[in-house]
Design a binder for this molecule. Sequence first.
Ligand code: SF4
Length: 213
Amino acid sequence: MKEKEYRSLILKDLKKQVMDSISISLHELVVEIVRTGFRCSGCGRCCKFSTGDNSVLLTYFDIDNLKKSGNINAIEPTVAEEDMFLADTEGNVHTFGWRLKRKKNGECVFLDEGGCTIYPLRPLLCRTYPFYIAEGKLEISECGGKGRVLPLYHARRLANEVLQRYIIELRDTMMTYRHFNNESVSLVMDFLPKSDFQLIVHDSRGKWKLDDE
Ligand code: SF4
């Protein structure tokens, strides 16, 4: 299958998932969250690298919040540590989306001894942890707070945010693919970049050229 056809198929599938998200029942999400139980113990484990992948991928909703609060320098392209690169035939390296930076020890840049320093404005992924929706179904990550009884109003707020995150992420991905589809660039897998490569980040608002540092 040609790359262009493959991208069109992905776009079609994303559109379908956005349409299908309308039929996700908020009530059922609340019931499942109550049945699972969850209360954050404030351990900060999900913000630390030692417990596994702690990448906080950002939607444009999160990026706008970080911008408004003067924290835009805390974001980086998702390619920063991956060892698999996508390059075009001119030698530019391409990547998709943004995430929060981490400290040298792997902890989130916003974590300190007192916990999250941007708690009221933390990204959607953090607000909804350990819950997320994948292909229309509620999924639950590993978390020490699981199984603890939570008040109904908390479950309702959580269910709302989980659904909101799912729809925003789907739309973000769809818009990113749309922009990218309009480009005539052809990508090659497993390319090892030269030291002076040009990094191009694609996101739901277009593309951004960054110099590798
Ligand atoms: S933004 Fe806050 S809650 Fe999210 S990973 Fe960083 S420290 Fe943890």
